[in-house]
Ligand binder design. Structure first.
Ligand code: ADP
Length: 166
């Protein structure tokens, strides 16, 4: 039985590029919430430059969620909690991988809670098969021409190989 879905949630990230781990989290969030907005970081405070520009990162995700009727993909360049308010979202959903994500997410949670106690952050545990999958790991594999099957969507794999292969 599927419970009635309610509310809007953001699923934020830099998605450079989207992986099947991200797609799993987005799909599971879409099972729980009435409306899901995948929020793609445009201007990041992180110094490292992205491989794909924001339009391309958005397009990769759109291709993967096209079959889900309640998911849309939007870039954002302001504070996540502000973007949540602008879009009427009451929750932020994040994926948690094996141990490594916890400390960072714990800190971000405290900061976001202070700024916006009305927006709840929720965490979905990574599926076992994706627990050690990250965008940065995928980029490293692609740099050396490794096989990305089962890690990223096929379209992303070929674009990434093109972009990074030495
Ligand atoms: P990454 O950390 O791989 O560069 P992002 O910054 O785009 O990815 O991450 C966006 C969100 O997706 C974060 O909440 C992150 O914890 C989550 N996430 C990333 N990869 C996975 C995965 N393989 N399984 C579950 N959640 C993930």
């Amino acid at each position: 039985m599927v419970a009635e879905r309610d509310g809007t949630a953001l699923v934020p990230g830099s998605y450079d590029p989207v992986t099947l781990g991200h797609v799993d989290i987005i799909t599971r969030a879409a099972d729980v919430f009435e409306h899901v907005i995948v929020a793609v970081v445009n201007a990041s405070v992180r110094k490292t430059e992205s491989v794909f520009d924001v339009d391309e990162r958005v397009a990769f995700i759109e291709a993967e969620v096209a079959g889900l009727g309640n998911v849309e993909v939007k870039p954002f360049s302001n504070l996540l909690v502000e973007f949540a308010r602008e879009n009427g979202a009451s929750a932020v959903v994040k994926g948690l991988r094996a141990i490594s994500d916890f400390e960072y997410e714990f800190e971000m949670n405290q900061l976001n809670r202070k700024m916006a106690p009305d927006i709840e952050s929720m965490y979905l545990m990574a599926a076992p098969e994706y627990s050690f999958l990250s965008s940065s790991g995928v980029k490293e594999i692609a740099t050396f021409g490794g096989d990305l099957t089962g890690l990223v969507p096929a379209q992303v794999a070929s674009r990434l190989q093109e972009a990074l292969k030495r």
